[in-house]
Design a protein around this ligand. Structure first.
Ligand code: HEC
Length: 242
């Protein structure tokens, strides 16, 4: 066991170094795509391109002076789909007048059917938020409190478990580099802590909007740690031959 402590990645035979390198590369590429996916999902939340604090606050805390559907179609990411002049105003007026079912059937349903249902249906891109019936539309015609707890739970449990396993590989590889012991122990521990902080902050943002700053900080440090845990092992395996 004592030998294992002094074992370094460059001592691995070629085939094993190749396997480990390919895993590190694929995990790194996956991380970059995940970041791009995050950008695509949230950059238009506040109606302006570019991912900012205001997008995150709106996605996770919501806009408590507004309903979800109104904040989406009025200065939000869904406004672009209402092409015909006056349609937006018709929906907003309907909400202000108390969101009655009768007016929904005559005025709102046709607008949604024409512009929204192609994604917002049980088989569409936005199957978690269908807009095909009065009841479904009413679920987004209430005060906008941001991401529902159920969605948080669905995203958090899969992400924490799968990213935890990814960190097992990355931190495991990093643990066999020749980085100084105290630094090594930090780099190995931090990603796991930051992962919990990140999803904890995402949950708390529902109650305390400014905690999105902590979410951004933990997310950014995860990105940095990802890079360190991939690049240092790669460097030691292929470039730094003693
Ligand atoms: C091209 C597919 C597409 C079309 C068309 C579309 N949406 Fe969306 N919608 C999405 C996606 C993807 C999201 C999640 C990302 C976001 O919130 O920006 C979303 C989110 C929403 C939400 C928030 C749902 C929730 O529970 O978080 C509402 C409300 C909404 N859309 C309303 C509309 C309305 C109203 C229209 C028609 C004017 C419309 N959408 C057209 C894809 C679409």
């Amino acid at each position: 066991m004592h030998d294992l402590e002094n074992f370094r990645l460059f001592q691995l035979p070629l085939a094993q170094r190749l396997v480990l390198s390919l895993v590190l590369i694929v995990l790194g590429v996956g991380y970059v795509i995940a970041t791009y996916n995050l950008y695509l999902t949230y950059n238009l939340t506040d109606g302006e391109p570019g991912l900012t604090v205001s997008d995150l606050r709106r996605a996770f805390y919501g806009r408590r002076d507004n309903t979800k559907i109104a904040s989406k179609i009025h200065g939000g990411s869904m406004e672009q789909f209402l092409r015909k002049a006056g349609d937006k105003e018709k929906i907003l007026t309907w909400i202000q007048d108390g969101a009655e079912q009768a007016t929904y059937e005559t005025t709102v349903r046709p607008i949604l059917a024409e512009n929204c249902v192609r994604c917002h249906n049980p088989n569409g891109l936005q199957r978690f938020a269908p807009l095909t019936s009065y009841e479904e539309v009413m679920t987004v015609t209430q005060i906008d409190r941001g991401e529902p707890v159920g969605l948080w739970a669905r995203v958090a449990h899969t992400h924490i478990q799968s990213i935890g396993l990814i960190f097992l590989v990355l931190a495991g590889a990093f643990s066999f580099t020749s980085v100084r012991q105290p630094v090594k122990l930090c780099v190995i521990t931090l990603p796991f802590i930051m992962l919990l902080v990140d999803f904890g902050a995402r949950f708390l943002a529902k109650y305390w909007p400014n905690i999105v700053y902590l979410m951004i900080a933990s997310g950014a440090s995860i990105g940095l740690l990802f890079a360190v845990m991939i690049l240092v092992p790669m460097y030691e395996m292929w470039l730094r031959r003693p």
